[in-house]
Design a protein around this ligand. Structure first.
Ligand code: ACO
Length: 429
């Protein structure tokens, strides 16, 4: 591109190349700024920093657009299966029938976890949060597959690791739930589809096998697709950052799970339901809680509201809201927490504080209500998010490895004490 950006510092003009993405997004490449001028850029929370170029997901926060590999999220959520979308994210194209069949078979083939892993689970406290268990277990997978420790070994090895991880993740997620209940673990049933198998392992018991309800499986399939990727968010950036040191995929994804767990990111779905229940138990005075969220002296925030990049609406929240109504109707669920959610949304969307700051319901505002309706316990909500986000994390890692990106290493501006001499302990007063 011939366009250049000029930066004037201390009276001197520096020129930098301008990048343009396939959807017209523009960026100034300032990677040589420090070499040429001695300055670095400062951007707390990376609010305006592009860390990479990527061909996986496009989103436009102002217009509320989200595409995976060019395909609108609305079409994928309506028509595709989660494994089809996973294939799309990993390989860049929708699979042909045989390709999808082979991919599904490979995932089935790898769905068991090593029997020795059972011992690890035995030592977690019974009230351990399933996200903590999942992160630890995904990292420990790397110890069973030493070849995975070299991400540059071969493209085939990378894909085998990716398939293994997608295959074993639902098994580990279901065990992390069973662990808390003290129930026996269920082995996968490879006659079932991916989503159905996960539900079977979650809810089945050796004495009472679970019969999968297609309404529940459909709803979950849609939710997983909506969460499958979201470009350079906190957890995906973590996966890329950890992977940039050439750590193995299991470890990079384990770090991504930890990043997702926080209440400002994926952990918000658990917080939303807990917040709605608190409001209900407190008498249901919604205005009181909206006022608390606006009060700068009060640490309370409305969970499920606001987003770093969506400043108009979150397209995923729009799809989920509709799906939420459908699921509750089909299942005959009448959830008072949903009524509170609806009233809260109505009040907040008319409030100047939320309007001025462009704070809209995000994907987590409604996902928890569907999870609740289909019987997923609150502490498993963020695990569901992780299950959905897994193919996105892997696609981001794969892209970074294949593009041979350098190790991630931001600069800083030091604000601490300037040089001073060591004082012996006896002289410190
Ligand atoms: N409730 C009340 N006020 C809010 C909220 C909220 N949920 N979100 C943002 N604000 C206010 C901030 O106090 C700030 O106000 P100010 O300008 O007067 O200081 C302004 O809106 C901008 O907010 P920031 O925190 O600066 O925005 P940022 O982009 O850094 O944060 C975030 C985005 C973390 C999502 C934030 O909106 C938030 O905390 N939301 C609640 C948690 C949540 O739902 N997270 C899930 C996000 S979606 C996902 O990760 C899948």
């Amino acid at each position: 591109m011939s366009e250049k950006a000029q930066i004037i510092l201390d009276g001197k003009t520096y020129e930098f190349p301008v990048y343009e993405g396939s959807e017209g997004e523009k960026a100034i490449d300032i990677s040589k700024l420090r070499d040429q001028s001695g300055y670095v850029t400062l951007d707390f929370g990376y609010k305006n920093t592009g860390a990479t170029t990527s061909a996986i997901t496009f989103l436009d926060g102002e217009q509320g657009i989200l595409h995976y590999r060019g395909y609108p999220i609305e079409q994928l959520a309506e028509k595709a299966s989660f494994l089809e979308v996973s294939y799309l994210l990993l390989y860049g194209e929708l699979p042909k029938a045989k390709e999808l069949n082979d991919f599904e078979n490979q995932i089935r083939y790898h769905s068991l976890v090593h029997e020795d892993m059972k011992h690890f689970f035995e030592f977690f406290p019974s009230n351990a949060h399933p996200m903590g268990i999942l992160s630890a277990m995904v990292n420990s997978l790397s110890t069973f597959y030493p070849k995975s420790q070299d991400p540059h070994r071969s493209a085939n090895d990378r894909m085998r690791t990716a398939v293994r991880l997608i295959a074993k993740f639902p098994t580990l997620a279901a065990i992390s739930y069973k662990n808390g209940l003290g129930h026996p673990y269920m082995y996968p049933d490879n006659k079932l589809g991916y989503v159905e198998n996960f539900l079977y392992m979650m809810y089945g018991l050796p004495t009472e096998p679970y019969k999968v309800d297609p309404v529940v499986a459909d709803a979950l399939n849609k939710l997983l697709i909506l969460h499958a990727d979201h470009e350079q968010n906190c957890s995906a950036s973590t996966v890329r950052m950890v992977g940039s040191s050439q750590a193995n995929l299991y470890s990079a994804v384990s770090a991504g799970i930890a990043a997702l767990w926080g209440p400002l990111h994926g952990g918000a779905n658990q917080e939303v339901i807990e917040m709605l229940e608190t409001i209900r138990n407190d008498g249901g005075d919604i205005q009181k809680w909206v006022n608390k969220a606006k009060d700068k002296e009060d640490p309370f925030r409305l969970f499920g509201f606001g987003h770093r990049v969506y400043k108009n609406f979150d397209p995923r929240a729009r799809i989920i809201k509709k799906s939420c109504d459908d699921v509750l109707k089909k299942m005959g669920v009448n959830d008072p927490v949903l009524d509170i959610a609806k009233q809260l949304e109505e009040i907040a969307l008319k409030d100047d504080y939320f309007i001025e700051r462009k704070l809209y319901p995000n994907v987590d505002f409604y996902s928890g209500i569907i999870y609740r309706a289909i019987g997923i316990p609150t502490r498993m909500f963020t695990v569901m998010f992780a299950l959905g986000r897994l193919p996105g994390w892997i696609a981001q890692w794969k892209e970074m490895v294949e593009n041979k990106e350098p190790i991630g290493r931001p600069r800083q501006i030091y604000t601490g004490a300037t040089k001073r001499d060591y004082v012996a302990l006896k002289d410190r007063g």
